[in-house]
Design a protein. Structure first.
Length: 395
């Protein structure tokens, strides 16, 4: 029984890294001849065996936006520009499915209850990001990775001394764990986003100030449907010490038909740039609310043609902190990572390190039992031999 269990564990574990699953190609501001250095729209094409995922990472209208459009192979996407702004997205064929998320607001709230949860009934201030000015920090457009890292300040000052909002989007076209905590699983069907709030200035009078993220969720599902929240237990906390839960926000298509869009993350944030167990904090997720697309947004430009009946638009708030942690002012830093993707969300699997530990735990009792049996057999054999020898001497 133990040996069979060991074999199953070894077969299921393997190593999580596999060969490249999609061929990716990425371009910055494709088709734009007048874009400036701070115009940021990255188009990532991900070709698989049976479909193509078109990804749009956009900051042109200030609201950080990620759009997934899934279509048949050999489909194409063209972007029409007016100055530095995209005014039209034209696909060669209607997408099979589309899903998007956007960070359109940052809430500062006075957490008088000191529990980390955002409560709209408590004093709060809204920072709309529709006038944010973003600046490029780093870009990578290779066959092995598509990545863009940007930063912006709420007062449109290029200086980082007044506090910054930093965002990194990263796509690596194979399945593996990300290098940095919380070591989310990235796949060829997903993009990881890292959001950092650094040295933001608190509102005078807010002695219990915290910051929360307002996310928009959009999918080409019926407007009468709803996003689904699930929390599942992970196999262990090997990759994210002390955190055994994984949260997934699923579109109706994924919930009902096992394929659609999702957000995946651990309920953990970090209050220091050096991420670790000591610098971790709790990430809280609100309920979903129905809302509409921002009027001046790339979401509006892209999804206008789908019609309200065929478009689900909801929002949620992610807040951070726990009682007695000193609020945001304790470290003046909050960071959070999540993955947005298409298809079935990836699940954890045992690493070889864990397999060896489990194997040792299963094999040790077997070895002890076998050793005991061998010892008993040898001892009995010696006793019989000694008895025969004694009788022979008496004769």
């Amino acid at each position: 029984m133990q040996l069979n269990t060991l074999i199953v564990i070894v077969l299921l574990s393997g190593t999580i890294t596999v060969a490249q699953e999609r061929k990716i190609s990425s371009k910055v501001n494709p088709g734009c001849k007048t874009c400036t250095n701070d115009t940021i729209l990255m188009y990532v094409r991900c070709d698989g065996a049976s479909d193509t995922i078109h990804q749009i990472w956009d900051f042109t209208r200030s609201i950080p936006t990620v759009i997934f459009a899934v279509s048949k192979l050999k489909s194409s996407l063209d972007i029409v520009w007016d100055g530095n702004n995209p005014t039209g997205f034209y696909m060669s064929e209607t997408p099979l499915y589309s899903f998007a998320t956007a960070l359109d607001k940052i809430y500062e709230y006075n957490d008088l209850k000191d529990n980390g949860h955002f409560d709209p009934n408590l004093p709060h201030r809204i920072h709309n990001l529709d006038h944010m000015v973003w600046h490029v920090k780093e870009i990578s457009t290779t066959e092995k990775e598509a990545m863009v890292q940007v930063y912006g300040t709420l007062n449109n000052d290029r200086s980082e001394e007044h506090g910054t909002v930093a965002i990194k989007l990263d796509l690596i076209p194979f399945k593996d764990y990300s290098v940095e905590l919380p070591h989310l699983i990235h796949t060829a069907n997903s993009t990881q986003l890292d959001v950092s709030l650094v040295n933001l200035t608190s509102t005078p009078g807010y002695n219990a100030s915290r910051f929360a993220l307002h996310l928009l969720l959009v999918s080409t599902d019926s407007a009468t449907e709803t996003m689904r929240y699930t929390m599942r237990k992970s196999l262990d906390d090997e990759h994210t010490p002390g955190v055994f839960e994984v949260i997934e926000i699923k579109t109706p298509a994924l919930h009902n038909y096992a394929i659609g869009g999702y957000l995946q993350f651990r309920p953990v944030g970090y209050v220091q740039a050096e991420r670790g167990v000591a610098s971790s904090t709790i990430a809280h997720v609100s309920y979903f609310n129905r809302t509409s697309l921002p009027v001046r947004s790339t979401l509006k430009t892209f999804y206008d043609e789908f019609g309200r009946a065929n478009l689900l638009v909801q929002d949620m708030v992610v807040s951070f902190g726990e009682g007695g942690d000193g609020y945001y002012a304790q470290h003046n830093y909050t960071a959070w990572s999540f993955a947005v993707g298409y298809g079935s969300p990836p699940t954890d699997s045992f690493s070889w390190y864990v397999v060896l530990i489990i194997s040792g735990g299963l094999l040790l009792p077997v070895l002890l039992a076998v050793s005991g049996m061998v010892y008993v057999l040898v001892r009995r054999h010696r006793q019989r031999y000694n008895s025969r020898a004694m009788f022979a001497n008496e004769d």
